[in-house]
Write a protein that binds this ligand. Structure first.
Ligand code: ATP
Length: 270
């Protein structure tokens, strides 16, 4: 049971080149997470300590997990993911012990990157309404803070966390020496969507009429995960026609389906 709450990947297969529209975020992660693992002597000679914990925040499906996996790969580090919401909802009574196990495993498998997803489930502002399980959640969170504070390994274990709701986090968790570097991962703009579409259509056979620029224009407000879904759906529409190549029409239908748009091409009912 315990194995399921933690996902351990010795060598993640995501590279920075597979992540679109997050060049500045990648640069920041290289400096704060990758370099402390690969060139710790840089920090030693300058005489500063790298940030202990890096917090990624932003809407779902924008690439936070991809960033953590890609930096683990670049640094040849083991990637250890733990889901904050599973921790408190599926493993009631075990949260604090699991947090201890997580940090122990990270030290055993070092160099490693701990990635805690949905941190707000554990590190949410303390509730005063006596919600069931909140004492348990607090114990889990206290253990997490204790592990962060007691953390002396300078170089070879790095901690990243992700949340969709930074406003919901207990301010204690963002204090200096804890998750004190905050990186926003927002929805992609036009240029970002363009590179994400290019990444996900790299292996796709497309008709000449496919105008990705137009597709990018029509998909304002989508996340990287939505874009991946649009590309897959477009491929499915082509397969349904038994076509080996994806058409612009397939893309238009896929956009409507994923973005829940009304199909305006249909004639009005008589
Ligand atoms: P959540 O907050 O829901 O956990 P997340 O921000 O961690 O989301 P990911 O798991 O990294 O999102 O993204 C889900 C999938 O969407 C990825 O596996 C990838 O296929 C696609 N995706 C998301 N963002 C990007 C991006 N910036 N570039 C390329 N693909 C992306």
């Amino acid at each position: 049971v315990r194995a399921r709450v933690m996902e351990v990947i010795e060598a993640p297969n995501v590279d920075y080149a597979d992540i679109g529209g997050l060049d500045e975020e990648i640069q920041e992660i290289i400096e704060t997470v990758e370099l402390p693992l690969t060139e710790p002597e840089l920090f030693e000679s300058v005489g500063i300590e790298p940030p202990k914990g890096v917090m990624l925040y932003g809407p779902p499906g924008t690439g936070k997990t991809l960033l953590a996996k890609a930096v683990a790969r670049r640094a040849n580090a083991t990637f250890i993911r733990m889901s904050g919401s599973e921790l408190v909802h599926k493993f009631i009574g075990e949260g604090a012990q699991l947090v201890r196990d997580l940090f122990q495993m990270a030290r055993d498998k070092a160099p490693s990157i701990i990635f805690i997803d949905e941190l707000d489930a554990v590190g949410g502002r303390r509730t005063h309404d006596g919600t069931t399980g909140s004492a348990e959640v607090n114990r889990t969170m206290m253990q997490l803070l204790a592990e962060l504070d007691g953390f002396t390994d300078r170089g070879n274990v790095r901690i990243m966390a992700a949340t969709n709701r930074i406003d919901m986090l207990d301010p204690a968790i963002l204090r200096p020496g804890r998750f004190d570097r905050i990186i926003e991962v927002s929805l992609p703009d036009e240029k970002g969507r363009d590179s994400i579409f290019k990444i996900h259509t790299r292996k796709m056979t497309m008709d000449e009429d496919v105008n990705l620029e137009e597709v990018v224009k029509q998909t304002e407000g989508t996340s990287g995960a939505d874009i991946k879904a649009i590309v897959t759906e477009a491929g499915m529409f082509a397969i349904r026609r038994r076509s080996k190549s994806v058409s612009m029409e397939d893309f238009n239908k896929a956009i409507d389906k994923v973005m829940h748009k009304e199909t305006s091409t249909e004639p009005p009912a008589p």
